[in-house]
Design a protein around this ligand. Structure first.
Ligand code: SDX
Length: 416
């Protein structure tokens, strides 16, 4: 932030003395009023539930322009990264601020690959869960449990320790998500393979068995890698704010990320992709496209409590750029699998068309968000609905840890 050459003055109509506050320019986006001294100067608080007008921190990682429907990771538009880079390149960018050189890329990929195994004790932690436990409950536990293995060797004030914790979390999340899945279906865990890509390794740990070799489908591998990129970070959303607040106490990074997993589970946030697919399946079961009109009437009736899941956003008041890329990925995957006529995809496109022409949605600037199509792609790949948010958590781990490490490296940070 750079100090502006003008200040903000807060004056009161009851004659109380007015207060001057510094104003700062961000490198991009709106100016900010520094209210840190407001309570000391006025004995008054600001009130802003949901932080709709409040920046809780300064960050150089991600920028969203909700009106333009723009999303930048370290200044790069998401469209460029999703088409020209892979997920580990994007991880390197989010963590370090620049895309890797060829040698940095090779080193980073190897470093992550070498940390994909988890301690053998972790499998016994899983046994405490019922087989039908929701994967997000299992994952919240598993990520928290990771801290037990590294707590004594993680000094969050040591930049090298912070970097290792980031590598461990990015590397181990796919292994943990696949273990939660295998545990639920009663199949043996698959150990990671160092000769596969990040996404390919995850596909094999999910769908491979010890009984035969697993061949990675390159179209599904690329689609999954893109899904990871699109979910990697998103400014100060609910789960990232949770990770920052939790981490501000100086707690173990694994415990802070576990808090982020727990927050992401909510249906208004990361749980929306699971809720969206369940919504599409319910409409399909009740009559499909013929029932869309009736369903939309319910959505528009405030008393129904029914929302069009996968639509709307706390920031985007234009099309979520990730939704466009997700729809393209949907087309590619369904074509590859010969599912072009997937009824849920047809239903989703019909719902989107009707919503974008309906005054209720147009007036409220409600557009498809990242969750609207991601469930259809994941379902086509074979990922169970209950694991969709687990995939989101896997992908968002790099954003959470990059934001946590940025906060810990900021000498100005305070406990929340
Ligand atoms: C994610 O924060 C992030 O960045 C999150 C995320 C990320 O990458 O981390 O982008 C991921 O969480 C995407 C959002 C996933 N959630 C859903 O798809 C659930 C359905 N969406 C809604 O619950 C809602 O849109 C929210 C929670 C996402 C946003 O809620 P807001 O900020 O309250 O929405 P708003 O202020 O823009 O609402 C304006 C109006 C309201 O009605 P009125 O009071 O003006 O009459 O639109 C209504 C809302 O009730 N509305 C909806 C709606 N979303 C908002 N009506 C029907 N269906 C919807 N989906």
């Amino acid at each position: 932030m750079k100090l502006a050459d003008y200040k903000a003055t807060l004056s009161f109509s009851n004659g109380s003395p007015s207060v001057e506050m510094p104003v700062y320019h961000g490198s991009i986006g709106p100016d900010v009023i520094d209210i840190r001294k407001l309570y000391a100067q006025t004995d008054m608080f600001t009130y802003d539930p949901g932080f709709l007008s409040t920046a809780s921190c300064q960050s150089a990682i991600t920028y969203i322009d909700g009106d333009k429907g723009e999303l930048l990771y370290r200044g790069y538009p998401i469209e460029q990264l999703a088409t020209k880079c892979d997920y580990l390149d994007t991880c390197y960018l989010l963590l370090n601020g620049e895309l890797p050189s060829e040698s940095q890329r090779t080193d980073f990929h190897q470093l992550v690959t070498k940390h994909t195994m988890v301690n053998e004790q972790m499998q016994f932690f899983l046994r405490g869960f019922r087989r039908d436990a929701h994967p997000m409950a299992v994952l919240t536990g598993l990520v928290g449990a990771l801290s037990a293995f590294y707590h004594d060797s993680t000094d969050i004030n040591n930049p090298h320790h912070r970097e290792i914790a980031a590598i461990r979390l990015i590397a181990k999340m796919p292994t943990l998500v696949a273990m939660a899945y295998k545990y639920g279906i009663g199949q043996p865990y698959m150990y990671p393979r160092n000769d596969l890509s990040y996404a390919g390794n995850f596909l094999r740990m999910m769908f491979g068995t010890p009984c035969e070799d697993y061949k990675v489908n390159p179209v599904l591998e690329r689609a999954l890698d893109r899904i990871f990129i699109l979910h990697a970070d998103h400014e100060q959303n609910a789960s990232t704010s949770t990770v920052r607040l939790c981490g501000s106490s100086g707690t173990n990074p694994f415990a802070a990320i576990a808090a982020g997993v727990a927050c992401l589970w909510g249906p208004s946030h990361g749980g929306a992709n699971e809720a969206c697919l369940n919504m599409l399946e319910e409409i399909q079961a009740s009559g499909g496209v013929a029932k869309v009109g009736e369903f939309m009437e319910k959505v528009k009736d405030k008393n129904s409590g029914v929302k069009l899941m996968g639509f709307g956003h706390r920031v985007y008041k234009n099309y979520d750029p990730r939704a466009k890329l997700m729809q393209e990925t949907c087309n590619e995957v369904l074509a590859e699998l010969g599912l072009e006529n997937d009824p849920l995809f047809a239903l989703a496109k019909k719902l989107e068309k009707i919503a974008l022409e309906d005054d209720y949605f147009v007036q409220r600037k409600l557009y498809p968000n990242v969750d609207f199509y991601s469930g259809i792609v994941q379902r086509a790949i074979g990922i169970p609905v209950s694991l969709f948010t687990g995939i989101f958590a896997l992908a968002r781990t790099v954003g959470w840890i990059a934001q946590l490490n940025e906060m810990l490296a900021d000498p100005e940070y305070k406990i929340g």
